[in-house]
Design a protein around this ligand. Sequence first.
Ligand code: ATP
Ligand code: MG
Length: 385
Amino acid sequence: MAGVYDYLPLGLLTLNNINRVIREEMNSIGSQEILLSTLQNQELWSATNRWQDDQVDVWFKTELRTGTSVGLGFTHEEPLTNLLRDHVNSYRDLPFSTYQIQTKFRNETRAKSGIMRGREFLMKDMYSFSKNEEEHNVFYENAKRAYLKVFGRLGLGQKTYVTFAAGGSFSKYSHEFQTLTSAGEDTISICDKCHVAVNKEIIADQPNCPVCGGNLSHEEKGVEVGNIFSLGTRFSDILGLNFVDEGGQKKAVVMGCYGIGPSRLMGTIIELNSNESSVVWPREVAPFDVHIIEILGKEGEEIRSAGEGLYDALKRAGVDVLYDDRNISAGEKFADADLIGIPVRVVIGRKYLEKGVIEVNERDNGKEQEVLLKDVDSLVEALQK
Ligand code: ATP
Ligand code: MG
């Protein structure tokens, strides 16, 4: 089916690495990880007017044997707000934030961009809960910075723009994070002075750069890899998420929500780091650090045992290694290695027999060198930098 994807071992390692980067950055701003249920009760979503098909058209709906209508969650403001009524009472409980990395379901009309637009996909969705707008804004800015760190670590920093977009239910804008690629479905206008853009959808209301007043001089195609919103008290008002402030007054909690698409990011990273026959993953997310290609030739046993020694030494040093010891041609091994996309490739073969060296090719920066196998420590050191 279009929009439905399975992840095999190498792809899953990469996806999990993307999730690790996101986790580290969300944890670093004090957010706590949770995991909410996919199954959503109609009643709760009717209360906020987000159940009916004319309000939300992406639900996958079904029912329990008892006849209760349920849907597969496409976002989680409602259940989390509802849940937190049991945990938030006083101003002392605020502020805090929580996130999950969870499978979302959306019955998308067009699912034609591979894993960049799934009908079942991973989302990191974070939510913040504050006493007032001021406190909310502090967290919102922290989250924005954490997002930029994530995209930087994934090698997308240069090409990713904070983009002013519609959709803040409490503020004038939401902020999207748009990465430039022809595979993107959005059009953004980029400021000629600062690293900021405006989504074309709102350009009529915002003809100049909202940050520096510069000209929005040129349009580019982008993919929305993240989106953060100020929600105000929209959900807490309806669902009754209140707290008692310092003066004993009951108030609605001020909320924000912050989404990133790990699976969409994986597709975006490929778009930016591949051609028809090869991929080079950024080191942070590569499925392995080093790919050893063994080319046995006649003196096979000697090469095999040296290669295995190298494998063990690297593993002991904490380097993640994929060792290609398959009984196939060198050409096939190289072609596969190009597609698997591990950034550092090591060949052990004829040159080892001739002069005791392995060939090290750092595919991401073009550096190629011969390293004496007995100097593997220096290789490890170089890779850890
Ligand atoms: P789009 O406009 O591309 O449909 P959206 O604005 O509906 O996305 P949000 O509700 O803001 O998406 O979701 C938060 C993040 O989840 C998005 O920024 C994106 O990275 C990711 N995401 C959303 N929909 C999908 C999808 N169908 N497949 C993969 N990732 C998605
Ligand atoms: Mg969005």
